[in-house]
Design a protein around this ligand. Structure first.
Ligand code: ADP
Ligand code: MG
Length: 624
C-alpha cells in the first residue's frame, strides 16, 4: 500500500487535513463533504462520534460531548487558564495526580479520558479522512499548533500522536505554516517581511518571517493562548443570559441544554455579523417553554468584545519588538484563522499599520496546506516544486535555570533559531547577596554543600514562581566550582540539559533529557485502549453495513412482490422483517445477517420456480 504524509492543522474549534498531491497542497474533505472538521468528540450509549457527527448532537448530549480540548492539553488541572475555560464547559473535568481528565458516560458506564486520548481520537479521524480519499496509508504527519505552546503541550501532542499510531515528524506553529502557503502563492524574487496573524477559536498566534524566495526564516513568534472566537461567543452568551434574566427572571445557566443551544446561536450570530450589520436570534422553547427572540447589531457585538479585540493587538506589538522590525518595514500582512474575518479586527490591524492593505488568504485552510508542504518535504525529496524550501523556525518561550535569589536565568532565550545549543558558566553563590551583580550564581544545596541543584524552567518571568518547572537534577561540585550548564533543544522540542563542574572534569558531567509527558506505561495502556475503541468502531461500521444490506434487500423484495399474485407467504415474511428491524435498531451484525438469511430462504423456492438466481433479475421477470 502506498504511504502518504499529510499536514494536519489541529485547531481548538476546527481541524483540517491536507496532502501534497499533483504539485499542490490539496485540502481533503471529510465524510460530510466539509473541508474543515469540528474538533469535537462525543460519547453515546453505543459509540464514539468524532467531528460533525459529534457537534451535531451536542444539545441532545451536552455532558458527553467534548470540545475545546486544545485549551486543556499539556496543562495541569489547577492551571489558571485551564480553570477559567472549564467553567463554561457542559462536560466534566476531574483531577487525578494534578492532571485533568474528562469524565463521560460511554455505553452506560463512567469513563475518564486524558486530553491526549481525546486529541488522539481527533487525529485518527483526520488520518482516516485522508486515507479514505488517498486510498493508501497515512503514517507521517506534520501537525500545526498555536505559537504559544510550551514544552509540555508539545509533548502532549506527541503523546497523542503515539496513541493514534501516527509518526509526528514535525510540530510547527500554525501562522508559520500559513506563511509557507502565502509565500508559495505569491512568489517573488524580492526579500520581504511578512507578518501572519492567526485568530482562531481559542488562540491568537502571530509570526513574523522574512521570505526570500524559497527560504522562510521565522524572526519571532508571539501569541495569546487564551484569546479567540470562543471567547467572543462567551461574551455573547453572558450578555444574553443577563438579558434573559432581566426579561423573564430565569437563569439560563441552570440548564446545560439551553446553554448549548444558546452557544450555537451565538456563534451563528457572530458569524452573521461579519457579513451584515445586525442579526435576529430566534430560539424557540429555550427554557421553560419560553421563546427567546432578540436582535444584535454589529456595534453591540464590537462593544461587548472591545477589550478582547484590543488584546489581540498585543502579540503584534510584541512580535515586532522581538524581531526588531519597525511597522513600516513589514511588507505584507496576512490574516488567517476563522476569527480574522471579523471586520473590526481587520480594521484595527489595518489602522495599526497606518491603513495598510491586508492580504486575506483562505483563513480556514492556509495552515493545513503549509503543513502538507512541510510533510512532503520531510518525507521525500521527490517533490520538485517544494524540494528546496527551507523553513528556519524559532522557539516561542525561554528556557533557563534557577539562579540565586529565586530568579530565572535564561539559557535559550525565546525566538532563538531551532535547533539550538547554548551554554552558560555559573558560580556558586557566596555569602554576600550583593556580589550577585557581577556574574551568575547558583545556590548550593542547603543540606549538602558539595552539590548544587540544577532546576530547569520554562517561561518569560524573572521570578521562578511564575514559570514552569520542567525538571531538576543534582550535580557534585568541588570547593572552587565553575559550573557550565548546556541546553540543547532540537527541532522536535526535545530538551537535553547537561551540567559539569569544569574544575572536576568531564567524567563528572550530569545529563538529563527533560521528559514531562505521559509515562511509557500510561502510553502503552492508552494505545491498547485506543485499539479497543477502533475495533469497536469497526464492529459498528460492519453492523450498520449488515443492517443496511438487510433493509435494502427487504425493500427490493417488497416492491417486487407487490407486482405478483400468490406471494402471501413472501409478503408476510417481508412485513415481519420490516417490523423486526424497526424494533431492533441496536441488533448485532450476526443477527441482521441471520434474519436476512431467513428471508432469503423463504424467497429462494420462488426464485427457483421462476428459474432465476438474483433478486434484481426477479424484477425483470416480473416486469415481462
Ligand atoms: P482554530 O484553528 O482555533 O480551530 P479556526 O481558525 O478554525 O480556529 O476558527 C474558528 C473560529 O472562527 C470559531 O470561533 C468561529 O466561530 C470563528 N469564525 C469562523 N467564521 C467566522 C466569521 N465569518 N466571523 C466571525 N468568526 C468566525
Ligand atoms: Mg487554526
Amino acid at each position: 500500500m502506498i504511504e502518504y504524509a499529510v499536514g494536519i492543522d489541529l485547531g481548538t474549534s476546527y481541524s483540517c487535513v491536507s496532502v501534497w498531491h499533483n504539485d499542490r497542497a490539496e485540502i481533503i474533505a471529510n465524510d460530510y463533504g466539509y473541508r474543515i472538521t469540528p474538533s469535537y468528540v462525543a460519547f453515546t450509549n453505543s459509540e464514539i462520534l468524532i467531528g460533525d457527527a459529534a457537534k451535531n448532537q451536542i444539545s441532545l448530549n451536552p455532558h458527553n460531548t467534548v470540545f475545546d480540548i486544545c485549551r486543556l492539553i499539556g496543562r495541569s488541572f489547577h492551571n489558571l487558564e485551564a480553570q477559567s475555560v472549564m467553567k463554561y464547559w457542559p462536560f466534566t473535568v476531574i483531577e487525578k495526580n494534578e492532571k485533568p481528565y474528562i469524565r463521560v458516560t460511554y455505553k452506560g458506564e463512567k469513563k475518564d479520558f486524558t486530553p491526549e486520548e481525546i486529541v488522539s481520537m481527533l487525529l485518527v479521524k483526520m488520518k482516516e479522512t485522508a486515507e479514505y480519499y488517498l486510498g493508501g496509508e497515512v503514517r507521517n504527519v506534520v501537525i500545526t499548533v498555536p505559537t504559544y505552546f510550551n514544552i509540555s503541550q508539545y509533548q502532549a501532542i506527541k503523546d497523542a500522536g503515539l496513541i493514534a499510531d501516527l509518526d509526528i515528524i514535525r510540530i510547527v506553529n500554525s501562522p508559520t505554516t500559513a506563511a509557507i502557503t502565502y509565500g508559495l502563492n505569491t512568489k517573488t524574487n524580492k526579500e520581504r517581511n511578512v507578518l501572519v496573524f492567526d485568530l482562531g477559536g481559542g488562540t491568537c498566534s502571530v509570526s513574523i518571517l522574512t521570505i526570500d524566495d524559497e527560504i522562510f526564516e521565522v524572526k519571532a513568534v508571539a501569541g495569546n493562548n487564551h484569546l479567540g472566537g470562543e471567547d467572543f461567543d462567551d461574551r455573547l452568551i453572558n450578555h444574553f443570559v443577563q438579558e434573559f434574566r432581566k426579561k423573564f427572571n430565569k437563569d439560563l445557566t441552570s440548564d446545560k441544554r439551553a446553554l448549548c443551544r444558546l452557544r450555537n446561536n451565538c456563534e451563528y450570530a457572530k458569524r452573521s455579523l461579519s457579513a451584515s450589520i445586525s442579526v435576529n436570534i430566534e430560539i424557540d422553547c429555550l427554557l421553560d417553554y419560553i421563546d427567546f427572540y432578540i436582535s444584535l447589531t454589529r456595534g453591540e457585538f464590537e462593544e461587548l468584545n472591545q477589550d478582547l479585540f484590543q488584546s489581540a493587538m498585543k502579540p503584534i506589538e510584541k512580535v515586532l519588538r522581538d524581531a526588531k522590525i519597525e511597522k513600516y518595514q513589514v511588507h505584507e500582512i496576512c490574516l488567517v484563522g476563522g476569527s480574522s474575518r471579523i471586520p473590526k479586527i481587520q480594521k484595527m490591524i489595518s489602522n495599526y499599520f497606518n491603513g495598510k492593505e491586508l492580504k486575506l488568504i483562505n483563513p480556514d485552510e492556509a495552515s493545513a496546506r503549509g503543513a502538507a508542504v512541510q510533510a512532503a518535504i520531510l518525507s521525500s525529496d521527490t517533490f520538485e516544486k517544494v524540494r528546496n524550501i527551507l523553513l528556519l523556525d524559532v522557539t516561542s518561550l525561554s528556557l533557563g535555570i534557577e539562579t540565586s535569589g529565586s530568579v530565572i536565568t535564561p539559557i535559550i532565550k525565546r525566538n532563538t533559531k531551532l535547533p539550538s545549543k547554548k551554554a552558560e558558566i555559573f558560580k556558586i553563590f557566596a555569602k554576600n547577596l550583593f556580589s550577585f551583580t557581577e556574574s551568575l550564581y547558583i545556590d548550593t544545596n542547603p543540606e549538602n554543600k558539595s552539590s548544587v541543584l540544577i532546576q530547569v524552567y520554562e517561561g518569560e518571568r524573572s521570578k521562578i514562581g511564575n514559570n514552569k518547572l520542567l525538571g531538576k537534577f543534582e550535580l557534585t561540585i568541588s570547593s572552587v566550582p565553575q559550573i557550565e550548564v548546556t541546553f540543547k533543544l532540537d527541532l522536535n522540542y526535545i530538551l537535553k540539559v547537561s551540567a559539569v563542574d569544569k574544575s572536576m572534569g568531564k567524567s563528572h558531567k550530569k545529563k538529563i533529557i527533560i521528559t514531562i509527558g505521559l509515562s511509557k506505561e500510561e502510553i502503552k495502556f492508552m494505545v491498547a485502549e485506543a485499539k479497543k475503541y477502533r475495533a469497536e468502531k469497526e464492529k459498528i461500521v460492519q453492523k450498520m453495513q449488515a443492517r443496511n444490506d438487510f433493509e435494502s434487500y427487504t425493500y427490493i423484495l417488497c416492491n417486487l412482490v407487490r407486482c405478483v399474485d400468490n406471494m402471501d407467504k413472501v409478503y408476510d415474511a417481508i412485513q415481519e422483517s420490516i417490523t423486526w428491524f424497526n424494533n431492533n435498531e441496536e441488533a448485532e451484525k450476526d443477527e441482521y445477517e441471520h434474519k436476512q438469511k431467513l428471508l432469503k430462504e423463504i424467497v429462494s423456492p420462488i426464485m427457483k420456480k421462476l428459474n432465476i438466481t438474483d433478486e434484481t433479475l426477479l424484477f425483470d421477470v416480473l416486469a415481462i
